[in-house]
Design a protein. Structure first.
Length: 337
């Protein structure tokens, strides 16, 4: 591939995707490794755009693309990790051949934290539909240990990945309740939301496992400064726990709530109150409370509400007041805005 070919590299890769000629695509990706870093990054970005439009064209391409996860250039590695996130969202089975490679990048303590975060996110999307592929104890350990990292972006993506693992197969996190509960007071509200949702998913199938998280869940519900989605999930988890306890009085801290109010939090508080009273959910409790399927359907909307800007000049991800001048990237969590 010569210097004169470089401006058309992205277009050529896009054309090959359109043609569906995987053999030529693999050969071209192999030659892509010989050009300069900026060209590699632009080309992979174009490939990522293709993944959004036609994910079915990526059958058999995960392994050659994964070679760029170990590229010498950090931006190339990050672009590649984002590509696998896109594929994980739209067609997770195409990512199955490179689960181990993504896990290796996540586990590499010398790797740029954004790359590690995106690899965790990609693994999470795979776990949502193929939990057995992300069940390795070492991967689970890396997810859990990552919650102690300093970088908010890494913790957020790892918490999201744990949520997806639980939604894919709640049983896989049955021994992680203590460590998850330890991070329910994280300063990042998305970490708190994802972890309370993780516990709800676990509790839908195995509510007795939530016993050790009871106090931490109560603390989340009691925190009136937290968002109503995290508090609602905490109430939902406590309701599930109350239904599993022979003595429901061991679950406390659930406030009284207006029976007429219709909100994410109010409905789940009523769910918990009825469980404490030993009653089955009545007509005031929506069907989307207390089941794994319903959590899967409502969590995306909840995250969108949590991250919606609620104040001018604030980061929509972590709430930091943003500087008036500077690049469009939060100096605290690193997320673009």
């Amino acid at each position: 591939m010569s210097e004169s070919d470089q401006p058309s590299t992205s277009d050529r890769l896009t054309d090959l995707l359109d043609e569906g000629d995987n053999e030529k695509m693999v050969a071209y990706l192999d030659r892509l490794g010989t050009v300069d870093a900026d060209t590699r990054k632009r080309a992979l970005r174009a490939v990522r755009n293709g993944a959004e439009d036609r994910p079915t064209a990526f059958e058999g391409l995960a392994t050659p693309l994964a070679a760029f996860l170990t590229d010498d250039n950090r931006a190339v590695r990050l672009t590649t990790a984002k590509l696998f996130v896109t594929l994980g969202q739209s067609k997770p089975e195409t990512v199955l051949p490179v689960v181990d490679t993504l896990a290796d990048r996540l586990a590499d303590e010398k790797e740029f934290y954004y790359v590690r975060a995106r690899c965790a996110e990609a693994l999470g999307y795979v776990a949502l539909d193929h939990p057995e592929a992300v069940s390795d104890p070492e991967i689970m350990a890396d997810f859990r240990i990552g919650l102690s990292f300093d970088e908010p972006e890494v913790k957020e993506k790892l918490a999201k990945a744990l949520e997806f693992v639980a939604l894919g197969d709640p049983w896989r996190l049955r021994h992680q309740v203590d460590s998850l509960a330890e991070h329910l007071d994280d300063e990042n509200e998305l970490v708190r939301y994802h972890l309370t949702t993780t516990l709800v998913a676990l509790g839908c199938e195995h509510p007795e496992k939530l016993t050790d998280a009871g106090d931490a869940l109560t603390a989340r519900l009691d925190d009136e400064e937290d968002n109503l989605y995290t508090r609602g999930r905490a109430a939902e988890a406590l309701g599930l726990l109350a239904r599993a306890e022979s003595d429901a009085s061991s679950v406390d801290g659930v406030p009284e709530e207006d029976d007429e109010e219709e909100s994410f939090l109010a409905e789940r508080v009523r769910f918990a109150r009825q469980a404490l009273a030993g009653r089955e959910p009545d007509e005031t409790i929506p069907d989307e409370v207390g089941t794994v399927e319903a959590v899967r359907e409502t969590t995306k909307e909840a995250v969108a509400e949590i991250t919606a800007p609620d104040g001018e000049g604030e980061c929509p991800h972590c709430g930091l007041v943003l500087p008036e001048n500077g690049p469009p990237m939060c100096p605290r969590c690193g997320a673009p805005y």
